[in-house]
Design a protein around this ligand. Sequence first.
Ligand code: HEC
Ligand code: HEC
Length: 281
Amino acid sequence: MWKTNLRVLAVVLVVVGFYTMVAHIIPQLESEVPEALALGGNVTPEALAGAGEKVYMGAGGCTACHGLGTRAPNLLADHAGTGLIGARCGSRKPGTDCKTYLYESMTEPNKYVVPGFEPIMPDMRRQLADDQIWAVIAYLQSQGGEITVTGADVQAKAAPGDAVAAGAPGSPGAVGSAGAQAAQAAAGAKPGGTTDPRELLTQNGCVGCHQLEGKGAPIGPTFDGIGKRLTAEQIRKAILLPNEDVTKGYETVAGIMPTTFGQTLTAAQLELIVKFLAERK
Ligand code: HEC
Ligand code: HEC
């Protein structure tokens, strides 16, 4: 019996070691190239909010968490009597105005965690260009508040004198703003990152602990047939908060699954993985 235990321990150590190594080689770098927006310095508040709404509903992946159940505070409706996000943003953190609070919420989400929620929101800079973030802030301010984002905010981080020009939206490698360029440099100049869920499962070390199509290490539950046992919602939660519901039969290895995927995966990558796993029936 102790021999088996030792063997299991050895496998776990090797896998955790492998995972740590992978995490160091590709630290959070697989972000998609942000689609830069074509917003100039004289952009109107309405145009900003309109662009922000598209990002919020689409590429930003915000709706994967916000507005669905109790995983994240609703931004477009009242939250616990504090009003819509445009109304409550100015009074969330004492001494922090609405614009500053919203920028911090999106870029350093763990600095202030809304009471009653888990710190699972990713740093949106990994996924969005700076001008997209400002546009989303304008959109959120328009929900019950006043838009104070201006073209100057949008341009502050762009090349001096250079409008935040856009590459063709969606064309991989299209680099418009200095921000997008920096993001791409940070991403190891790997245009696009991968959108292949199998590759994401490999790159993030998941198959170091979970089997897929009979291959990989059987330390955690197999991914084969996982869609029969769990809904997409349950799978998402298992990835973001692995220690909340420990899978039956895996109590002895509970706690070894990394709890950092909420920070290291972009929202889009998370959704690709969730969808892929939910389809394993
Ligand atoms: C993986 C889930 C997840 C995603 C994706 C996500 N968020 Fe969040 N967000 C949360 C959670 C949970 C909280 C509450 C805890 C906290 O403050 O970090 C939160 C808090 C916030 C807050 C502060 C809300 C308040 O009432 O003070 C803002 C603003 C916000 N998110 C904006 C966004 C925007 C914009 C996007 C998309 C670009 C986004 N979030 C994507 C989970 C997420
Ligand atoms: C170091 C090992 C390890 C790594 C790496 C790991 N997991 Fe896990 N995972 C586990 C273990 C052990 C469990 C079962 C215990 C628990 O629920 O925490 C589990 C549980 C799960 C579950 C719930 C399964 C069920 O049937 O209830 C899902 C879904 C999941 N992991 C997905 C992932 C994904 C996706 C990744 C990569 C992004 C990943 N895991 C990386 C060890 C790991």
